[in-house]
Design a protein around this ligand. Structure first.
Ligand code: 5GP
Ligand code: MG
Ligand code: MG
Length: 183
């Protein structure tokens, strides 16, 4: 048991560590098949995608390059500010490269639709998106997500890289927080 469970902060576990690793393994296999014979760069979106990137990269049985971007869209709360800003850009020149953006969750779709067109403007061979979680709200933005772990209800979730005010990222499971945490 981890501390947050003991504190009863997590009221409902949606996905356990075991389920997450299994699903990521499936996604990695799908991507391996699709990019067979091609060089692949996966781009993780800091900070939430750190866990997904680490587990996905190790699920591959092929060579893969990893790079990172940091953008801000949410601030420290639970609502999108509607503004996307690059805090850390890629170190890699992606022209002519096959790129898969890896993120942990797509909510409004604002961040990923903006990122996807930003990367597409750098003349890559291709850009696709992989997200572990997707909320129904994401359908409101025109963002083409090729690889999705699970569609989830419209609730705020934490764990496995997902934070609430920079806490809970280090939980192994994904779940929702008890109301008392927010008050
Ligand atoms: P979007 O731009 O798609 O609305 O949201 C993108 C970012 O918002 C995600 O990468 C994540 O950092 C944050 N976010 C969206 N929904 C959730 C959620 O349910 N829990 C947490 N912890 N972060 C979320
Ligand atoms: Mg994210
Ligand atoms: Mg956050």
């Amino acid at each position: 048991m981890d501390a947050a469970h003991v504190d009863n902060d997590l009221v409902n576990v949606l996905f356990t560590e075991e389920q997450i690793l299994e699903r990521i393994g499936e996604l990695a296999q799908e991507i391996e098949t699709d990019y067979d014979g091609k060089e692949l760069l996966i781009v993780g979106i800091l900070r939430g995608a750190v866990m997904v990137m680490a587990d996905m990269a190790r699920a591959f049985t092929r060579h893969v390059e990893m790079d990172w971007m940091a953008v801000s869209s949410y601030g420290s709360g639970t609502k999108s500010s509607g503004v996307v800003r690059i805090l850390k850009d890629l170190d890699t020149d992606i022209s002519g490269r096959h790129v898969v953006i890896v993120d942990e969750i797509i909510d409004t779709g604002l961040t990923l639709s903006w990122l996807s067109s930003n990367l597409s403007s750098r003349n890559p061979a291709s850009v696709q998106i992989c997200t572990l979680l997707r909320k129904p709200e994401a359908l409101q933005m025109p963002v083409d997500v090729k690889y999705v772990g699970w569609d989830i209800p419209n609730e705020f979730v934490v764990g496995y890289g997902l934070d609430y005010r920079e806490r809970y990222r280090n939980l192994r499971d994904i779940g929702t927080l008890a109301p008392h945490v927010y008050s």
